[in-house]
Design a protein around this ligand. Structure first.
Ligand code: CU
Length: 311
Protein backbone atom coordinates (compact mmCIF):
# COMPACT_ATOMS: atom_id res chain seq x y z
CA UNK A 1 0.00 0.00 0.00
CA UNK A 2 1.45 3.36 -0.98
CA UNK A 3 0.81 6.82 0.37
CA UNK A 4 -2.08 7.11 -2.04
CA UNK A 5 -3.85 4.09 -0.45
CA UNK A 6 -3.50 5.30 3.12
CA UNK A 7 -4.75 8.76 2.17
CA UNK A 8 -7.84 7.20 0.59
CA UNK A 9 -8.35 5.11 3.67
CA UNK A 10 -8.10 8.16 5.90
CA UNK A 11 -10.65 10.02 3.78
CA UNK A 12 -13.01 7.05 4.03
CA UNK A 13 -12.75 6.82 7.80
CA UNK A 14 -13.41 10.55 8.06
CA UNK A 15 -16.54 10.00 5.97
CA UNK A 16 -17.70 7.14 8.23
CA UNK A 17 -17.12 9.12 11.40
CA UNK A 18 -19.13 11.92 9.79
CA UNK A 19 -21.96 9.49 9.08
CA UNK A 20 -22.17 8.37 12.73
CA UNK A 21 -22.03 11.91 14.06
CA UNK A 22 -24.57 13.01 11.47
CA UNK A 23 -27.01 10.33 12.63
CA UNK A 24 -26.62 11.37 16.25
CA UNK A 25 -26.97 15.04 15.35
CA UNK A 26 -30.11 14.31 13.32
CA UNK A 27 -31.68 12.54 16.30
CA UNK A 28 -30.88 15.41 18.63
CA UNK A 29 -32.17 17.94 16.10
CA UNK A 30 -35.45 16.06 15.70
CA UNK A 31 -35.82 15.92 19.44
CA UNK A 32 -35.06 19.48 20.42
CA UNK A 33 -32.29 17.85 22.45
CA UNK A 34 -34.32 16.15 25.17
CA UNK A 35 -34.65 12.42 25.77
CA UNK A 36 -38.40 12.77 26.10
CA UNK A 37 -38.52 14.71 22.82
CA UNK A 38 -36.64 11.97 20.95
CA UNK A 39 -38.92 9.35 22.49
CA UNK A 40 -42.08 11.20 21.49
CA UNK A 41 -40.76 11.72 17.94
CA UNK A 42 -40.33 7.97 17.56
CA UNK A 43 -43.53 6.70 19.21
CA UNK A 44 -41.83 6.26 22.59
CA UNK A 45 -39.84 3.32 21.14
CA UNK A 46 -42.39 0.83 22.44
CA UNK A 47 -43.55 2.35 25.74
CA UNK A 48 -47.23 3.38 25.95
CA UNK A 49 -46.17 6.86 27.16
CA UNK A 50 -43.46 8.38 29.32
CA UNK A 51 -45.33 7.14 32.38
CA UNK A 52 -47.36 8.56 35.23
CA UNK A 53 -44.94 8.22 38.14
CA UNK A 54 -41.52 9.60 39.07
CA UNK A 55 -40.18 6.04 38.88
CA UNK A 56 -41.70 5.52 35.42
CA UNK A 57 -40.01 8.66 34.07
CA UNK A 58 -36.60 7.33 35.13
CA UNK A 59 -37.22 3.98 33.45
CA UNK A 60 -38.49 5.76 30.36
CA UNK A 61 -35.37 7.93 30.13
CA UNK A 62 -33.12 4.89 30.52
CA UNK A 63 -35.01 3.01 27.82
CA UNK A 64 -35.05 5.86 25.32
CA UNK A 65 -31.40 6.77 25.95
CA UNK A 66 -30.40 3.10 25.47
CA UNK A 67 -32.28 2.92 22.17
CA UNK A 68 -30.62 6.15 20.99
CA UNK A 69 -27.20 4.75 21.93
CA UNK A 70 -28.03 1.52 20.10
CA UNK A 71 -29.17 3.45 17.03
CA UNK A 72 -26.01 5.55 16.96
CA UNK A 73 -23.89 2.37 17.10
CA UNK A 74 -26.22 0.75 14.58
CA UNK A 75 -25.97 3.60 12.08
CA UNK A 76 -22.19 3.59 12.44
CA UNK A 77 -22.00 -0.18 11.86
CA UNK A 78 -24.44 -0.11 8.92
CA UNK A 79 -22.32 2.68 7.44
CA UNK A 80 -19.17 0.57 7.78
CA UNK A 81 -20.88 -2.47 6.23
CA UNK A 82 -22.14 -0.59 3.18
CA UNK A 83 -18.86 1.28 2.79
CA UNK A 84 -16.97 -2.05 2.81
CA UNK A 85 -19.37 -3.60 0.31
CA UNK A 86 -18.81 -0.76 -2.12
CA UNK A 87 -15.16 0.13 -1.44
CA UNK A 88 -13.89 -3.48 -1.44
CA UNK A 89 -16.15 -5.06 -4.02
CA UNK A 90 -14.46 -7.68 -6.23
CA UNK A 91 -12.46 -6.05 -9.00
CA UNK A 92 -10.36 -8.95 -10.29
CA UNK A 93 -8.87 -12.30 -9.35
CA UNK A 94 -6.06 -10.84 -7.30
CA UNK A 95 -6.25 -11.81 -3.59
CA UNK A 96 -6.97 -8.66 -1.52
CA UNK A 97 -4.67 -7.57 1.27
CA UNK A 98 -5.20 -9.91 4.23
CA UNK A 99 -5.66 -8.13 7.58
CA UNK A 100 -5.98 -10.94 10.11
CA UNK A 101 -4.15 -10.78 13.45
CA UNK A 102 -4.18 -7.02 13.52
CA UNK A 103 -3.68 -6.61 17.26
CA UNK A 104 -4.91 -3.01 17.66
CA UNK A 105 -8.11 -3.94 15.79
CA UNK A 106 -8.64 -7.09 17.87
CA UNK A 107 -8.20 -5.13 21.10
CA UNK A 108 -10.52 -2.37 19.87
CA UNK A 109 -13.41 -4.64 19.14
CA UNK A 110 -13.01 -6.55 22.36
CA UNK A 111 -12.78 -3.45 24.52
CA UNK A 112 -15.53 -1.39 22.82
CA UNK A 113 -18.42 -3.84 23.43
CA UNK A 114 -17.28 -4.36 27.03
CA UNK A 115 -17.32 -0.58 27.55
CA UNK A 116 -20.81 -0.30 26.02
CA UNK A 117 -22.18 -3.09 28.23
CA UNK A 118 -20.50 -1.58 31.30
CA UNK A 119 -22.11 1.82 30.66
CA UNK A 120 -25.56 0.25 30.09
CA UNK A 121 -25.11 -1.84 33.25
CA UNK A 122 -24.11 1.21 35.29
CA UNK A 123 -27.20 3.24 34.36
CA UNK A 124 -29.50 0.21 34.67
CA UNK A 125 -28.23 -0.50 38.19
CA UNK A 126 -28.84 3.13 39.21
CA UNK A 127 -32.40 3.23 37.86
CA UNK A 128 -33.26 -0.22 39.20
CA UNK A 129 -32.07 0.66 42.69
CA UNK A 130 -34.12 3.82 42.55
CA UNK A 131 -37.30 2.08 41.34
CA UNK A 132 -36.98 -0.59 44.03
CA UNK A 133 -36.30 1.90 46.83
CA UNK A 134 -38.70 1.77 49.80
CA UNK A 135 -39.17 4.76 52.07
CA UNK A 136 -39.34 4.45 55.87
CA UNK A 137 -42.67 6.23 56.09
CA UNK A 138 -44.79 5.97 52.94
CA UNK A 139 -47.78 8.34 52.82
CA UNK A 140 -50.19 5.60 51.76
CA UNK A 141 -50.06 1.83 52.02
CA UNK A 142 -52.22 -0.34 49.77
CA UNK A 143 -52.47 -4.08 50.17
CA UNK A 144 -53.09 -5.69 46.78
CA UNK A 145 -54.87 -9.02 47.19
CA UNK A 146 -55.15 -11.11 44.03
CA UNK A 147 -57.32 -14.19 43.70
CA UNK A 148 -58.93 -16.23 40.96
CA UNK A 149 -60.12 -14.07 39.24
CA UNK A 150 -60.35 -10.63 40.76
CA UNK A 151 -58.53 -7.99 42.77
CA UNK A 152 -59.07 -6.56 46.22
CA UNK A 153 -57.41 -3.31 47.27
CA UNK A 154 -57.06 -2.70 51.01
CA UNK A 155 -56.17 0.77 52.26
CA UNK A 156 -53.97 0.14 55.31
CA UNK A 157 -53.12 2.05 58.47
CA UNK A 158 -49.49 0.93 58.52
CA UNK A 159 -46.74 -1.19 56.99
CA UNK A 160 -46.66 -4.98 56.97
CA UNK A 161 -49.14 -7.80 57.16
CA UNK A 162 -50.08 -7.04 60.77
CA UNK A 163 -51.34 -3.54 59.95
CA UNK A 164 -55.07 -2.93 59.80
CA UNK A 165 -57.35 -2.33 56.84
CA UNK A 166 -59.32 0.92 57.04
CA UNK A 167 -61.23 0.56 53.77
CA UNK A 168 -61.26 -1.79 50.83
CA UNK A 169 -62.52 -2.27 47.29
CA UNK A 170 -63.13 -5.65 45.72
CA UNK A 171 -63.93 -6.39 42.09
CA UNK A 172 -66.67 -8.62 40.77
CA UNK A 173 -67.71 -10.06 37.42
CA UNK A 174 -69.98 -7.02 36.91
CA UNK A 175 -67.96 -4.16 38.41
CA UNK A 176 -64.32 -3.40 37.65
CA UNK A 177 -62.49 -2.54 40.90
CA UNK A 178 -61.17 1.01 41.13
CA UNK A 179 -57.88 1.75 42.82
CA UNK A 180 -58.14 5.42 43.80
CA UNK A 181 -54.82 6.99 44.80
CA UNK A 182 -53.37 10.47 45.35
CA UNK A 183 -50.71 12.17 43.23
CA UNK A 184 -47.56 13.56 44.82
CA UNK A 185 -47.51 11.08 47.71
CA UNK A 186 -45.31 8.05 48.34
CA UNK A 187 -47.55 5.04 47.85
CA UNK A 188 -46.43 1.61 48.97
CA UNK A 189 -47.96 -1.49 47.45
CA UNK A 190 -47.86 -4.76 49.39
CA UNK A 191 -48.88 -7.74 47.31
CA UNK A 192 -50.33 -11.05 48.35
CA UNK A 193 -52.28 -13.78 46.56
CA UNK A 194 -54.97 -16.15 47.85
CA UNK A 195 -54.21 -18.94 45.38
CA UNK A 196 -51.79 -18.83 42.45
CA UNK A 197 -49.23 -16.37 41.08
CA UNK A 198 -50.78 -13.24 39.55
CA UNK A 199 -49.08 -10.07 38.42
CA UNK A 200 -50.07 -6.49 39.19
CA UNK A 201 -49.63 -4.40 36.06
CA UNK A 202 -50.60 -0.87 35.14
CA UNK A 203 -49.02 -0.32 31.71
CA UNK A 204 -48.79 3.45 32.29
CA UNK A 205 -46.62 2.83 35.36
CA UNK A 206 -44.17 1.12 32.97
CA UNK A 207 -43.91 -1.47 35.71
CA UNK A 208 -45.37 -4.75 36.89
CA UNK A 209 -44.66 -7.04 39.81
CA UNK A 210 -45.74 -10.61 40.50
CA UNK A 211 -48.21 -11.32 43.29
CA UNK A 212 -47.31 -14.51 45.18
CA UNK A 213 -49.34 -16.75 47.47
CA UNK A 214 -47.93 -17.86 50.84
CA UNK A 215 -45.44 -15.88 52.88
CA UNK A 216 -44.01 -13.83 50.03
CA UNK A 217 -45.14 -10.23 50.31
CA UNK A 218 -43.79 -8.30 47.35
CA UNK A 219 -43.57 -4.56 47.89
CA UNK A 220 -42.79 -1.54 45.78
CA UNK A 221 -43.43 2.18 45.86
CA UNK A 222 -44.51 4.77 43.34
CA UNK A 223 -45.12 8.50 43.44
CA UNK A 224 -47.80 9.37 40.90
CA UNK A 225 -47.39 12.72 39.16
CA UNK A 226 -50.20 12.70 36.60
CA UNK A 227 -53.90 12.69 37.39
CA UNK A 228 -56.06 10.46 35.24
CA UNK A 229 -57.57 7.03 34.84
CA UNK A 230 -55.44 4.13 33.71
CA UNK A 231 -56.31 0.51 33.03
CA UNK A 232 -54.62 -2.23 35.05
CA UNK A 233 -54.40 -5.94 34.36
CA UNK A 234 -53.13 -9.26 35.62
CA UNK A 235 -49.96 -10.01 33.67
CA UNK A 236 -49.40 -13.61 34.75
CA UNK A 237 -51.50 -16.35 33.16
CA UNK A 238 -53.42 -17.56 36.22
CA UNK A 239 -56.16 -19.76 34.80
CA UNK A 240 -59.36 -19.84 32.79
CA UNK A 241 -60.58 -16.32 33.59
CA UNK A 242 -57.18 -14.62 33.74
CA UNK A 243 -58.42 -12.09 31.17
CA UNK A 244 -61.16 -10.96 33.58
CA UNK A 245 -58.65 -9.64 36.10
CA UNK A 246 -58.88 -6.01 35.12
CA UNK A 247 -58.87 -2.95 37.32
CA UNK A 248 -58.54 0.80 36.97
CA UNK A 249 -56.08 3.12 38.65
CA UNK A 250 -57.70 6.49 39.39
CA UNK A 251 -55.05 9.10 40.20
CA UNK A 252 -56.53 12.20 41.85
CA UNK A 253 -55.34 15.25 43.79
CA UNK A 254 -54.53 14.52 47.47
CA UNK A 255 -57.55 16.50 48.77
CA UNK A 256 -59.89 14.46 46.59
CA UNK A 257 -58.25 11.26 47.70
CA UNK A 258 -58.71 12.20 51.36
CA UNK A 259 -62.41 12.86 50.70
CA UNK A 260 -62.72 9.54 48.87
CA UNK A 261 -61.09 7.60 51.69
CA UNK A 262 -63.18 9.42 54.31
CA UNK A 263 -66.34 8.44 52.44
CA UNK A 264 -65.19 4.82 52.19
CA UNK A 265 -64.34 4.76 55.90
CA UNK A 266 -67.83 6.12 56.55
CA UNK A 267 -69.31 3.07 54.89
CA UNK A 268 -69.87 4.36 51.36
CA UNK A 269 -69.45 2.00 48.41
CA UNK A 270 -66.64 2.73 45.98
CA UNK A 271 -69.17 4.18 43.52
CA UNK A 272 -70.73 6.42 46.20
CA UNK A 273 -67.29 7.57 47.30
CA UNK A 274 -66.39 8.32 43.67
CA UNK A 275 -69.57 10.39 43.36
CA UNK A 276 -68.57 12.27 46.52
CA UNK A 277 -65.40 13.52 44.78
CA UNK A 278 -67.11 14.52 41.55
CA UNK A 279 -67.13 11.31 39.51
CA UNK A 280 -70.87 10.83 39.17
CA UNK A 281 -73.00 8.49 37.06
CA UNK A 282 -71.01 6.51 34.53
CA UNK A 283 -67.79 8.12 35.74
CA UNK A 284 -68.15 6.43 39.11
CA UNK A 285 -67.40 3.17 37.29
CA UNK A 286 -64.31 2.25 35.30
CA UNK A 287 -63.98 4.25 32.08
CA UNK A 288 -60.85 2.64 30.62
CA UNK A 289 -62.25 -0.86 30.36
CA UNK A 290 -65.46 -2.80 30.96
CA UNK A 291 -66.39 -6.21 32.37
CA UNK A 292 -66.04 -8.98 29.82
CA UNK A 293 -69.16 -10.86 28.83
CA UNK A 294 -69.08 -14.35 30.34
CA UNK A 295 -72.35 -15.49 28.82
CA UNK A 296 -72.02 -18.16 26.21
CA UNK A 297 -74.44 -18.01 23.34
CA UNK A 298 -75.38 -20.50 20.64
CA UNK A 299 -73.73 -18.28 18.08
CA UNK A 300 -70.45 -18.19 19.96
CA UNK A 301 -69.84 -21.91 20.17
CA UNK A 302 -72.37 -23.96 18.19
CA UNK A 303 -70.88 -24.41 14.75
CA UNK A 304 -73.29 -27.02 13.34
CA UNK A 305 -76.63 -25.30 13.90
CA UNK A 306 -78.10 -28.28 15.81
CA UNK A 307 -79.02 -26.07 18.78
CA UNK A 308 -81.37 -24.07 16.56
CA UNK A 309 -83.08 -27.32 15.50
CA UNK A 310 -83.57 -28.32 19.15
CA UNK A 311 -85.34 -25.09 20.11
CU1 CU B 1 -54.28 -13.32 37.64
Amino acid sequence: MGAKGSAARRRASVRIAGLGLGGAALLMLLSGCSIEGVGKAFGNFGWPSNGISLQAHKMYDLWIASVIAALVVGIFVWGLIFWCIIRYRKRGDELPVQTRFNMPMEVLYTVTPILIVAVLFYYTAIVQTDVDKLSKNPDQVVEVVAFKWQWQFNYRDGIGKDAGTVASTVGSADVIPLLVLPTGEKIRFEETSKDVIHSFWVPELLFKRDVFPGNVRNTFEVTLDKEGRYVGRCAELCGTYHAFMQFELVAVAPAKFDAFLAAKKGGATTQEAMAAIGFTGKDSYAVTTEPLNTRRQDSSWNQSGTAAAGK
